[in-house]
Design a protein around this ligand. Structure first.
Ligand SMILES: NC(=O)C1=CN([C@@H]2O[C@H](COP(=O)(O)OP(=O)(O)OC[C@H]3O[C@@H](n4cnc5c(N)ncnc54)[C@H](O)[C@@H]3O)[C@@H](O)[C@H]2O)C=CC1
Ligand SMILES: NCC(=O)COP(=O)(O)O
Length: 338
């Protein structure tokens, strides 16, 4: 049980995020959900709920301590300065400032301890870039905010966590052509150390078993299909094994995700975004959660995006949002460490 609520940033208001939170709220008792509150434009939320015929009680608050008494009867809403138009399926560049304000204020609440954790609803990257947002996604932005606000360096590590697989990409939102250049021994080592530490401290796995993929087909086939495995990955793994970490690899990425292979490790660390995320989403699209490791606060998110094609139609599934709320609460309460 968490003592303070989860802060939920609103994501792109033209996407499916808000309606999924409405549905989660309406099923809160049946699902045993922890208390949560959204940072958004209250008029927009009213408009979206009534457009969709959802009778969601909502009540404004200004102090996080008020949410405990509100949540049983109404979805607590902290009003943003920004205003949103209710236009499902039509992302607007004009919404960018409010989307970012919501994330910023959610981070403030999580860092100050007023909220137990931050759960982010999906953002669409392209409209934010057009508005001048300089970060590839939440993950990188949250790392920069953490660094700015605490004065300590933070390397955010993306992990997709589902019922049968935890998977970490070492390089994240970068063009595939840039991956080999960005993949350095330092980045790999830091990612492995953060993953190892956060699986221990946030997920209660005392001795994490880590499987590391190669970069090339067949993990390089002894150097005949690429040399990154020999020259870059193996030396890092050897060093960390000497420190006592349990690490297998570099493994061929195509054979490390089948069921028997997955039974042999707690987390797969992969070299680039699609190696990790295709496996995670193919196995459990509805249940998987995107969690950021390496931050001084807890952040989870559904694994899916804004799904503009179906926003406002009442057909989007709330499972991954529900899983993100539950995982954030479990991490905050230490439930994983039993
Ligand atoms: N955590 C975040 O903020 C994330 C944001 N994105 C962003 O979302 C935008 C759209 O990305 P896409 O690649 O189209 O991925 P998407 O996940 O938004 O949609 C992919 C497909 O899955 C379906 N889908 C997604 N979520 C669903 C749900 N809850 N229930 C039923 N069907 C669902 C969509 O209708 C679509 O057909 C992009 O701008 C991307 O950057 C993508 C992933 C995560
Ligand atoms: N593909 C995952 C994704 O786009 C989510 O990224 P982030 O916004 O959580 O950094």
């Amino acid at each position: 049980m968490i003592e303070r609520p989860l802060a939920v940033s609103c994501g792109d208001p033209s996407g499916i995020g808000p309606e999924l939170l409405f549905r989660a709220y309406m099923r809160r008792e049946k699902l045993g959900l922890p208390p949560f509150a959204i940072l958004c434009d209250p008029d927009f939320l009213d408009a979206r709920a009534s457009r969709m015929g959802l009778a969601v009680p909502m009540r404004g608050f200004s102090e996080w301590s008020e949410t405990a008494s509100i949540f049983p009867d109404a979805l607590p809403v902290m009003a943003l300065k920004a205003r949103f138009d209710d236009c499902p399926r039509e992302p607007l560049i004009a919404h960018a400032a409010g989307i970012i304000e919501s994330i910023d204020r959610g981070v403030d609440a999580a860092l100050s301890g007023e909220a137990s954790a931050l759960v982010t609803l999906p953002i669409a990257k392209a409209p934010l870039y057009e508005a001048g947002f300089a970060f590839p996604g939440h993950t990188e932005y949250l790392g920069a905010l953490a660094e700015k606000q605490t004065g300590h360096a933070a390397t955010p590590v993306m992990m997709l966590a589902g019922p049968g697989l935890k998977a970490v990409p070492v390089t994240i939102h970068v063009p595939i052509s840039a991956v080999p250049g960005l993949l350095t021994g330092e980045l790999l080592e830091e990612t492995l150390r953060i993953t190892h530490q956060d699986l221990q401290t946030r997920f209660g796995i005392p001795k994490p078993r880590i499987a590391v993929s190669g970069l090339n087909p067949h993990a390089g086939e002894s150097g005949k299909m690429g040399r990154e495995e020999i020259e870059l990955i193996e030396p890092v793994l050897a060093r960390l094994r000497q420190e006592g970490m349990e690490i297998a690899g570099p493994l061929p990425a195509d054979t490390m995700f089948h069921e028997r292979a997955r039974a042999g490790y707690d987390v797969a660390v992969c070299m680039y975004h699609d190696q990790a995320l295709i496996a995670a989403k193919a196995l459990a699209f509805d249940e998987t959660v995107n969690v950021t490791l390496g931050l001084p606060f807890i952040r989870t998110s559904p694994d899916h995006g804004t799904a503009f094609d179906i926003a406002g139609k009442g057909i989007a599934r709330e499972d991954s949002v529900v899983a993100a709320l539950k995982m954030a609460a479990d991490m905050a309460s230490g439930s994983f460490s039993s």
